[in-house]
Design a protein around this ligand. Sequence first.
Ligand SMILES: C[S@@+](CC[C@H](N)C(=O)[O-])C[C@H]1O[C@@H](n2cnc3c(N)ncnc32)[C@H](O)[C@@H]1O
Length: 273
Amino acid sequence: MERLSDWYDHPEYYEAIFGTDTEREMDFLLEVSRRYGTGGKQLLEPACGAGRFVAEAARRGYQIVGYDISEKMLAHARRRLTPAQRRRVRLHQARMEEFYQSELEGKVDLAFNLVSTFRYLDSEKAALAHLEGTRRLLNPEGVYVLGFHLTDYEREKAEHERWVERLGKDTVVCNTHEGVPDPRLRRSAMRNRLRITGPGKDLLIETHWYFRTYDLAQTRRLFRRAGLQVLAVYDFDYQVDAPRKRGEIRLDSIFVLQPVKNKNPSPSGRGTG
Ligand SMILES: C[S@@+](CC[C@H](N)C(=O)[O-])C[C@H]1O[C@@H](n2cnc3c(N)ncnc32)[C@H](O)[C@@H]1O
């Protein structure tokens, strides 16, 4: 068995697992944008990875800017685009805590970031920088749809998820393991194993990283600091007609965020949120 150590160096296997529901997720995102935001054509995907959403948005006629830290993921994203899609897509290598483009300021109708990617930001400062930066790019009536798994600090056991998918003649088995959260360091140790088997192939890609942890109160405090209000919360089942009821607490959460309306603009004319 061959062993490798970073699943984002192997976009095709990453997407074999995460790319199976892209059309349904895109339907959900666009409908959320119509209901809570402007429904407009300018999209932004922070940490766009191998570009499954970028390609799908462009296929549907939307303009989209995507960025990611991983050049290998971006290369896969570029390769998959048809010439017609390419005209609607801008891709950049950038970090979530730093990305900014003056020409996008105030223009983004819908930004989105699902599957807990936000939790890669490993400090409050980095998370705040990302949210404030994204807020500045949003149209004041636009929305940022941010999906991530909240942490139950009472949990004493590791969590485990397993998926199996086919990729051509190969079978991809994905095992993700989240360790017990450390409430002081605000992080959980993560491990992902992708085992790929097929004709002449036996590969194990094992990736280790930390995810930052958030309970609901920590999340809401951060959003407030970033000048973002929560318009609705959904589960990971992407049912646009079934937003979570007030007071209902579940861990898998998709927040629909919008810039807080600035009632007292600062002298420079730029709000502080
Ligand atoms: C779980 S994947 C999600 C990819 C894509 N959004 C999707 O849904 O398929 C997480 C992505 O985040 C990227 N990433 C991790 N930390 C990042 C950071 N600080 N800034 C930008 N991208 C980051 C990784 O390179 C990877 O492509």
